[in-house]
Design a protein around this ligand. Structure first.
Ligand SMILES: [Zn+2]
Length: 549
């Protein structure tokens, strides 16, 4: 009995005018049924909302793995464009399938059963590729032309307006939405006249139950609101070609799969913008006043950051979130507060742990560091534990190593695939180089991790010379006594990993530095990080400190 599989994909882009994923699947299933084979659920590979430009798609990857294992012998597709929008990538995939002895049945293509029809199929593929690029380009130039002639077309109108299609194609305009305009005027006045900050505005909007247009969370986000407040559309000029989508240079998330390639937006130079007049909503004076107030608010926020928090970035709340320094520098009422309140804003907070007086916690933590690092017995005990640990790699290490090795193998397979594709002439040298470079980068990261795993836990390559521990503790005491803030800060950053508190009890987690500079103990405090000893979590001693009543 023959086993069949299907692959279906639609992209999110409306331009392609594709059918829905379900109608694709339904058509394929009924065709397969007619051929006398049922496609079981496990062999239906579906990428819903993925661009055909990229090869890295979750269901496609699963399909390719199934191909490698020869889990089926016929693959049904709506058309070959489902596999890839890029002709060369399409060739790679087709080759993988045919080499595994899998028959491809495409519902809307010439099916290549003999050399002539195969050639025809490839020519069609190439033609589609060319056509796609041409259409995209024509579309882009057409829009530019309209914008240059001052015509608004198919735009997503900003809050306060609605886009109205014209009688003639492309003769659209923005129409004012009265209730949204009222809200906008109010917001601009709150800032321009009352001098509110964006956050205060968000809170007020939430309290008055005024929600943004697309509101999943029912509150305005800082970024949305600050974009609206700076949008010149409201004083009567909207811009086309202000930005373009690009492949992100420094992606914030290092995801394995990306739904679209160009997920980042980049501002075009101002001379490439096209101004189009629309009906203004906000008076110019008020708009200018708001811009000034926003700059003022920013500079005030910057000034506020200058308070001295010894544990900034290291303080955590027992609820798991970070604690951030807050307070008035003039009155010296500085606190470490749980960021739950800020992050959930303007929704009510979930964490009810109290803020901790920053001066008190800083002092307590510092004196604890001094006490711990000059405690000879404690230091000796922990160095002993650490030395033991150096001799035996843990089972945890082995697990990590196997995991990393597996990842490395997967990348090597990928690399081979591309090399093969290049060898066959399916991709160009520059495409090959680009792909391989990306893989190489990932491999380097894994290799570094592997190295770290080995050096961190297994037998060290060079024996570590332990300092004289009595002398170490005496010197530490001298170094740590009478430090001012500037000198304390680098030490705290080296020694402390985390300070967690619920408002009453604080737990310090940190490292014992292995070496201290013998010379110049008065001024230069430097710890050599390569000898830094990381205390293992299971052996960590918890040193609770009590907050004074
Ligand atoms: Zn909390």
């Amino acid at each position: 009995m023959k086993t069949s599989a299907l692959y279906a994909r639609v992209s999110t882009s409306g331009q392609e005018k594709e059918q829905t994923i379900n109608s694709q699947i339904a058509e394929i299933v009924s065709k397969a049924k007619g051929d006398g084979s049922a496609i079981e659920q496990g062999l239906q590979y579906v990428d819903d909302g993925w661009s055909g430009e990229l090869l890295a798609r979750p269901a496609l990857d699963n399909l390719r793995d199934a191909v490698k294992n020869k889990s089926f012998d016929t693959l049904y597709l709506y058309d070959l464009g489902r596999l890839s929008r890029n002709f060369l990538n399409q060739l790679i995939l087709k080759k993988e399938l045919t080499e595994a002895g899998i028959k491809i049945v495409s519902l809307h293509d010439i099916n290549g059963e003999n050399p002539e029809s195969l050639l025809a199929q490839n020519v069609m593929g190439l033609f589609h590729d060319y056509e796609r690029i041409k259409i995209a380009e024509r579309f882009r130039r057409g829009k530019l032309y309209k914008a240059k002639s001052g015509i608004l077309f198919g735009w997503q109108a900003p809050y306060g307006y609605e886009y109205i299609k014209g009688k003639e194609k492309g003769m659209g305009n923005f129409k004012i939405v009265p209730h949204e305009v009222e809200i906008l005027k109010m917001i601009f006045q709150w800032i321009g006249i009352e001098g509110l900050t964006i956050r205060q505005v968000i809170k007020r909007l939430y309290e008055q139950k005024i929600y943004p247009r697309k509101s999943k969370n029912k509150y305005w986000s800082t970024s949305t609101l600050s974009r609206r407040l700076r949008d010149e559309t409201y004083i009567g000029v909207t811009h086309y070609n202000k930005s373009k989508s690009i492949v992100p240079e420094n992606p914030t998330k290092n995801e394995k799969y990306k739904k679209i390639k160009k997920s980042s937006r980049h501002n075009n130079p101002k001379d490439q913008w096209f101004a189009i007049e629309v009906e203004p909503i906000i008076e110019k004076e008020l708009f200018t006043a708001v811009q000034k107030q926003l700059i003022l608010n920013d500079s005030f926020a910057m000034r506020n950051k200058k308070n001295n928090y010894l544990l900034s970035g290291l303080a955590y709340c027992s609820c798991g979130r970070k604690r951030a320094g807050e307070g008035n520098s003039k009155t010296h009422n500085l606190y470490y507060r749980c960021t739950d309140r800020v992050l959930r804003y303007p929704l009510p907070k979930e964490c009810h742990n109290k803020g901790v007086n920053a001066t008190v916690l800083d002092d307590r933590v510092w004196s604890t560091i001094v006490k711990l690092l000059s405690n000879k017995n404690l230091i000796k005990k922990h160095f002993g534990i650490w030395k033991e640990k150096q001799k035996q790699p843990t089972s945890n290490t082995d697990f990590l190593k196997t995991e990393l090795d597996k990842q490395l193998d997967a990348f090597e397979t990928q690399e081979k695939r591309y090399l093969e594709a290049y060898g066959e002439g399916a991709i160009s040298l520059s495409q090959y180089k680009e792909q391989v470079q990306a893989i190489q980068n990932k491999k380097t990261t894994i290799l570094t991790k592997l190295q770290r795993v080995s050096t961190d836990f297994s037998t060290p390559s060079a024996p570590v010379i332990l300092p004289d521990l009595d002398e170490y503790c005496d010197k530490m005491k001298i170094i740590l006594t009478n430090r001012d803030f500037e000198k304390k800060l680098p030490i705290v950053r080296k020694v402390i990993q985390k300070v967690t508190t619920d408002g009453t009890i604080a737990t310090i987690q940190g490292y014992i530095p292995l070496q201290i500079p013998v010379e110049n103990t008065q001024e230069n405090v430097k710890f050599k990080s390569e000898y830094r000893y990381r205390r293992s979590p299971q052996r960590r001693k918890i040193n609770p400190i009590q907050r004074p009543p």
